[in-house]
Design a protein around this ligand. Structure first.
Ligand code: PLP
Length: 348
């Protein structure tokens, strides 16, 4: 059955007419033999937005994170990431079996999805400084802003700065998985560059809230990106006339980025409506909402997700909750419709 309101993910968006027109008109060249001018434009604009020297276009967030880890890590280096980070839980272990890193999971001591600076200090204090012949070498801290699995929790700017400073003090690099950095920055009223802070590398997605069909950009220093470009090629990621894809991402920056906070506002309205219906639905920090039915109803998250899906509301189970995600193609009327459909199907 077709979904009436598709809240499965912010990846389900269809390219806008402006994106399709820009793709058709894109000026292109061979990215592998030389460079593709439209891809270069996207890389440079995104680097400026995130406050980094250079950028590299990749076809997905997973490929971008993996390329970053391959560039940061040597075989057997340890990297840290918060529990259920996308890099740990949703990328098929490529951080280990392709980038050859050894993961260490960090707790969510500061907030859901967010470790505390003390967590970092604790690991750093355990690091041997002498006779380290038999110890793992930690190289990298990975952060995720906003944290998908935690329910879209963002890393507040001051904590992000403190986490990065703590890692740098320990001599580690920092990679930020900023697939949804746009939402985090908008919710805090700061720029994406301010939200990213001094992270050494950042990965951002254009195919989520920004609604482009394909694309991520990895940002970092000129040297880092030059090395990452080689690693992208190792992964088979030379993207010949990739400007056709990058053109839609440029439209996303012009037309979607300025309105991105609407997604959070609509998610907030949806959460408020669900609370009125008796659900446990905390106010979302960004565009991701985790909902649980009250225990007294005796309804599990998978059962709730099935009921909603059958009623025409696209959703996903995430841990003990049902995840709803707002995006570009969800308007005010869709929120009202979702609440009506949910109210009509409440267990009684
Ligand atoms: C979706 C996502 C990715 C991966 O992006 P794809 O384009 O789906 O490969 C990485 N990190 C986070 C936090 C994500 O939500």
């Amino acid at each position: 059955m077709a979904l009436t309101v598709d809240l499965r993910s912010d990846t389900v968006t269809k390219p806008s007419p402006a994106m399709r027109a820009a793709m058709a008109a894109a000026v292109v060249d061979d990215d592998v033999v030389g460079r593709d001018p439209t891809m270069v434009e996207l890389e440079e604009r995104t680097a400026a937005l995130l406050g980094k020297e250079a950028g590299l276009y990749l076809v997905s967030g997973c490929m971008s994170n993996l390329t970053a880890l391959m560039t940061h890590l040597r075989r057997g280096d340890r990297f840290l990431a918060p529990r259920h980070a996308h890099i740990l839980s949703h990328e098929l272990g490529t951080a280990a079996h392709i980038a050859l890193g050894v993961p260490l999971e960090l707790p969510w001591s500061y907030a859901p999805g967010v470790p505390s600076p003390a967590d970092i200090a604790e690991v750093a204090a355990e690091e041997p400084t002498h006779h380290a012949y038999y110890e793992l070498i930690t190289r990298l801290l990975c952060l995720e802003n906003s944290h998908n699995h935690a329910g879209g929790f963002l890393i507040p700017r001051d904590i992000n700065d403190a986490l990065i400073a703590q890692a740098h003090q320990a001599g580690w690099q920092v990679h930020l998985d900023g697939a949804r950095i746009w939402h985090s920055a908008a919710a805090q009223g700061i720029t994406p560059a301010e939200a990213a802070g001094a992270a050494d590398s950042v990965s951002v997605c254009f195919s989520k809230g920004l609604g482009a069909p394909v694309g991520s950009v990895l940002l970092g220093s000129k040297d880092f990106i030059a090395q990452a470009r080689r690693n992208r090629k190792i992964l088979g990621g030379g993207i010949r006339q990739g400007g056709v894809l990058a053109a839609a991402c440029l439209v996303a920056l012009d037309e979607e980025l300025p309105r991105i906070d609407q997604d959070r506002i609509r998610a907030d309205r949806l959460a408020a409506g669900l609370r009125e219906l008796g659900f446990d639905a905390p106010a979302p920090q960004t565009n991701i909402l985790l909902v649980t039915p009250p225990a007294a109803w005796g309804v599990s998250a998978p059962k709730l997700a099935q009921t909603w899906s059958e009623a025409g509301i696209g959703c996903h189970v995430m841990g003990p909750a049902v995840r709803l995600v707002t995006h570009r193609d969800i308007g005010d009327q869709d929120i009202a419709t979702a609440l009506e459909l949910i109210a009509a199907g409440l267990p009684r």
